[in-house]
Write a protein that binds this ligand. Structure first.
Ligand code: BES
Ligand code: MN
Ligand code: ZN
Length: 489
């Protein structure tokens, strides 16, 4: 598991800064005002900081960007990073500053001279998240993580803010590690084991094995894993931090690898399908965050863990299976497997927990990438209030999300000649017909959102808060949705 940098929050101490090794970050406002710590560093460096801030290069920076002074005279530090940022930054600017520092710091311990600047905990949070790298399978001697220290005037206040943010960061990193992990390492069994470990932090975790899933009648989920040597599983994670009210439910698609099955995918890019458990990864990350910050809410997280492989035992195109709900499904294309998994887990979640609302996450369709690219997840919902709350939370966290339409005309595409429905509705509006399929397994009046995260769960280029690879998209937004809408004060 990737560790977050070791973060210390200490009281401002301007003595001994000249002898301080590593990297020092200081702040200057857009109109060039240095705060207390920055003034001290400037004096020690014989006004190198003040002159840099007066130069044209500083003026051209956007807020949250930084200048680097290498090997400044008068200081033992190898670098001073001068961040352009107002004294009361928005969350967005503070996080941008943190990401800037993560990229510019290079090797060595980092000291952030926060003084009494606002939202300094967000700077450290973003620095930790953008500094993430997945090194589990690099054999070079793992170097010890460089330390991260933040010097501030109001230690208690910043520590309190930082504790919550670091709980979120732990969740995001957990999601990223799971999503980056190759499928020969993250089998369904290994996945379940990693979830089971979260019992250490107070979650109740239950693993339902294949015989139990058969008993429950999950013919739709089970047909996906028939070709794989890895057993299918459903894992139920419960966080009880509220009273005796019904929980909110998160449901995730956990296809540890998606070959397409008998409807085999082409070879080019198939290796990316190691991230097809990204929805389950986000559910796991959110549950971790809620437990770590001891959220005052009742939340359940359910994930369907399967592997979609071709074999003589695999489901064939044309097969008809029976879902737990009782509806029959004609499997036209074995590569439309995510919806088959979710159908049964969604139904089970509603039957067992009678939740106040359900949000499912899935890397469900390539079509959503055609529609929205890698900037926004597709949002599908039967409930305007819940949907608005989610979009607001996602916007506040800078996680792109865009609502898509649904309707009866799309649903009609799922009509089958021989069963209650088929699992694909044709090429047109592929993401919407997939959402319509899921909605058939949502009870009347159950507030529900389906998040198609195929384009955002793992990306080839770096994003604001993550290097290339798994992003952990959604952990921050879903945590905020719970915090803002479902927690008792
Ligand atoms: N896991 C894929 C969707 C996907 C594609 C995720 C690209 C991430 C990146 C899903 O199971 C799938 O194969 N969907 C098919 C559906 C089709 C057969 C109706 C697709 O999108 O092509
Ligand atoms: Mn597929
Ligand atoms: Zn898939």
């Amino acid at each position: 598991m990737t560790d977050l940098p070791n973060l210390t929050i200490s009281e401002t101490d301007l003595a001994d800064l000249a002898a301080r090794e590593g990297v020092i970050a200081i702040f200057a406002t857009p109109d060039g005002k240095l705060d207390q710590g920055a003034r001290k560093i400037s004096t020690l460096s014989k006004r190198a900081v003040a002159r840099a801030v007066e130069a044209e290069g500083f003026e051209k920076l956007n807020e949250g960007e930084a200048l680097t002074l290498g090997y400044p005279a008068g200081l033992a530090a190898t670098r001073v990073l001068v961040v352009k940022m107002g004294r009361r930054p928005s969350v967005e600017v503070a996080r941008k500053a943190g990401a800037t520092l993560a990229k510019a710091r290079g090797k060595g311990d980092l000291l952030i001279m926060g003084g009494s600047i606002g939202r300094i905990a967000d700077v450290a949070f973003a620095c930790a998240l953008r500094g993430y790298s997945f090194t589990a399978h690099k054999t070079a001697d793992a170097e010890p993580q460089d330390a991260l220290e933040v010097m501030v005037n109001a230690v208690d206040e910043v520590r309190a803010a930082s504790d919550v943010l670091m709980a979120i960061a732990e969740g995001v990193v957990f999601t990223r590690d799971l999503t980056n992990e190759p499928a020969n390492h993250l089998t369904t069994t290994e996945f379940a084991n990693r979830l089971k470990e979260m019992e250490n932090i107070g979650l109740k975790v239950e693993v339902l094995e294949e015989d139990k899933l058969e008993e429950l009648g999950m013919g739709s989920l089970l047909c996906v894993g028939l070709g794989s040597a890895s057993p299918s599983k459903v894992v139920v994670m419960e966080w009880q931090g509220g009273g005796d009210e019904k929980p909110f439910a998160f449901v995730g698609k956990g296809v540890v690898f998606d070959t397409g099955g008998i409807s085999l995918k082409p070879a080019g890019g198939m290796e990316d399908m190691t991230m097809d458990m990204g929805g389950a990864g986000v559910v796991a990350g959110v549950m971790k965050t809620l437990a770590l910050r001891k959220a005052k809410a009742n939340v359940v997280g359910l994930v369907g863990l399967v592997e979609n492989m071709p074999s003589d035992r695999a489901t064939r195109p044309g097969d008809v299976v029976t879902s737990m709900k009782g509806d029959t499904i004609e499997v036209i294309n074995t590569d439309a497997e995510g919806r088959l998994v979710l159908a049964d887990v969604l139904w089970y979640a509603q039957e067992r927990f009678e939740p106040t609302g359900v949000i499912n996450l899935a890397t469900l369709t390539g079509a959503i990438i055609i529609g929205l690219g890698h900037e926004n997840a597709g949002v599908f919902s039967n409930n305007d209030d819940l949907c608005k709350s989610f979009l607001k939370a996602a916007d506040a966290e800078g996680e792109g999300a865009w609502r898509m339409p649904m309707g009866a005309a799309y649903d009609a595409k799922l009509k089958s000649r021989i069963a209650d429905m088929k699992n694909v509705g044709g090429r047109d509006a592929g993401s919407i017909t997939a959402a319509q399929f899921l909605q058939r397994f949502i009870k009347e009046d159950m507030p529900w959102i389906h998040l198609d995260i195929a384009g955002v769960a793992s990306v080839k280029a770096e994003t604001a808060m993550a290097p290339a690879g798994a992003t952990g998209w959604g952990v921050m937004a879903l945590n905020r949705l719970i915090a803002d809408g479902y927690e008792a004060e």
